[in-house]
Design a protein around this ligand. Structure first.
Ligand code: SF4
Length: 465
């Protein structure tokens, strides 16, 4: 690395405050919580705000172009704060670092240290160097980090909702994705270790909702035990007293088997919610994407899920503007959306990831066409979502209360089983004057009116278990 003039060391009688800004997905959020947990508490204390601390940590994302740009913008914002003296040092971690080590080291002289996705456990050594005003890069070539229940996590979510990462890395070979190159091969945690952590989060830290995450949660156990262990894990978690909801993110469609459908449908604490990115429906696009699914197998899977779990909320994502996606393939996708009536849906505009197979393909789609398709797809989903919500009017739902409206104090805000934190809709619950609710309470409420994505409901009662 090039030489950079360094100011005086960051030492003194007081503890050094460390702030964290976590970008990207829940998997990165878990890493950020672990990083804060790994900090030597005799030397460092966790700051409330990343913009007012001695050392700012920025955990980055590099999933798609938009995520990369956001990460770079935040690095530059924090570098500006460093220049103004509001923070004293800046450490950048995570996916962007793992992927673009050389470029970042060269271009971003304001950054004091870089830490890769497999190197979080070295954080105290890295900060030791930063405190001495030595610039450092700690980036292993093969990310192999896999956390265990023994590592403390400092929560960045409310105590009642906690994420658990059950595996790291990915063994799939989707043509558009570079994640396996900077997150490594799939590594499952031990089932008993996950259960041990879940018990601690519920019994000692007060979690009521556990959200299971990983690059592909359905692959859990395949590498360690040569079998799909997710259904068994759900069974074990379902036994934890005090836990109310278990929610599953990032299911890979070709690994959603009968045992998993049975577990989701029958275990009382497992939300009837499945986040399952399908990415497309056209056979030619799916084949090129190397998703291991066809149009026919996708339709069959959706039909089976709907039949076995009638109130299942399916969240999916689609990519529009993939190379070779002609107007015909795009119309096929819209027709599928109309038929499947997904409760939750996200759409990405395809972006070339350098080094990926898809980036080398012919038939790249002009940006304006991609944007038009994205817009058309989202307008359609808005209508579908509103129609789905209309059908909920008069129904009763369990709502997890997350806060209270600042202006209208009779209105509380929460989520139903159909809503994962951050990405899905909200339920506003109208509560009589005499009722006071706390964050983390579960209430029964009756849906009164709806918008495209959110619901308005009337409070009926507090749920006690
Ligand atoms: S499943 Fe596919 S898209 Fe998801 S992380 Fe693995 S390779 Fe990437």
């Amino acid at each position: 690395m090039g030489k950079v003039a360094m100011p005086a060391p960051l030492t003194g009688a007081k503890k050094i405050s460390v702030g964290m800004l976590s970008l990207g997905c829940p998997k990165t959020l878990v890493d950020s919580e672990l990083v804060l947990g790994i900090l030597d508490k005799s030397r460092y204390e966790v700051a409330e705000h990343v913009s007012h601390c001695d050392i700012a940590l920025l955990n980055t994302c590099s999933f798609i172009q938009e995520a990369k740009e956001q990460s770079i913008d935040q690095i530059l914002n924090l570098a500006e704060l460093k220049k103004e003296g509001q923070i004293k040092a800046l450490v950048v971690l995570g996916c962007l670092v793992q992927r673009y080590q050389k470029e970042l080291e060269k271009e971003l002289g304001e950054v004091d240290a870089f830490v890769g996705t497999g190197d979080y456990e070295t954080l105290n050594q890295v900060l030791g160097q930063v405190v001495q005003r030595k610039r450092i890069s700690q980036i292993g070539h093969q990310p192999g980090f896999l956390y265990t229940a023994a590592i403390e996590r400092i929560p960045l979510t409310p105590r009642y909702t906690r994420y658990i990462k059950i595996s790291e890395g990915c063994d799939h070979i989707c043509s558009f994705c570079m994640i396996p190159t900077f997150r490594g091969k799939h590594r499952s945690r031990r089932l008993d270790d996950v259960v041990c952590e879940a018990r601690r989060l519920v019994e000692k830290e007060g979690a009521r909702e556990l959200v299971l995450t990983g690059q592909d949660t359905t692959y859990f156990g395949r590498d360690t035990d040569n079998q799909f262990l997710l259904p068994r894990l759900l069974e074990e978690l379902n036994r934890i007293k005090g836990l109310k909801w278990i929610r599953l993110l990032y299911a890979y469609p070709s690994c959603v088997n009968d045992a998993l459908i049975e577990a989701i449908g029958s275990l009382e604490k497992v939300c009837h919610y499945l986040d399952m990115p399908l990415q497309h429906i056209s056979d030619s696009v799916l084949k090129s994407m190397r998703r291991g699914m066809t149009k026919q197998s996708t339709y069959a899977l959706i039909e089976k899920l709907r039949k076995k779990i009638p109130d299942l909320a399916i969240r999916t994502t689609f990519i529009v503007g993939y190379p070779g996606e002609g107007e015909e393939e795009f119309q096929e996708l819209l027709a599928f959306m109309k038929e499947a009536q997904f409760e939750r849906l996200g759409m990405f505009v395809y972006s070339n990831e350098e080094g990926s197979h898809a980036a080398s393909l012919g038939g790249q789609i002009p940006e304006a066409v991609k944007e038009k398709r994205f817009h058309e797809g989202m307008v359609l989903q808005q209508k579908i979502s509103e129609g789905n919500n209309q059908r909920l009017i008069g129904k009763t739902l369990t709502v997890l209360i997350e806060g209270r409206d600042e202006k209208n104090r009779r209105l509380y805000r929460g989520r139903s089983y159909m809503d994962a934190p951050e990405v899905d809709g909200l339920v506003d619950v109208r509560v009589p004057d005499r009722i006071r609710l706390k964050e983390g309470d579960f209430v029964t409420a009756q849906v009164e009116s709806v918008a495209e994505y959110d619901l308005r409901a009337a409070y009926l009662q507090l749920e006690t278990s």
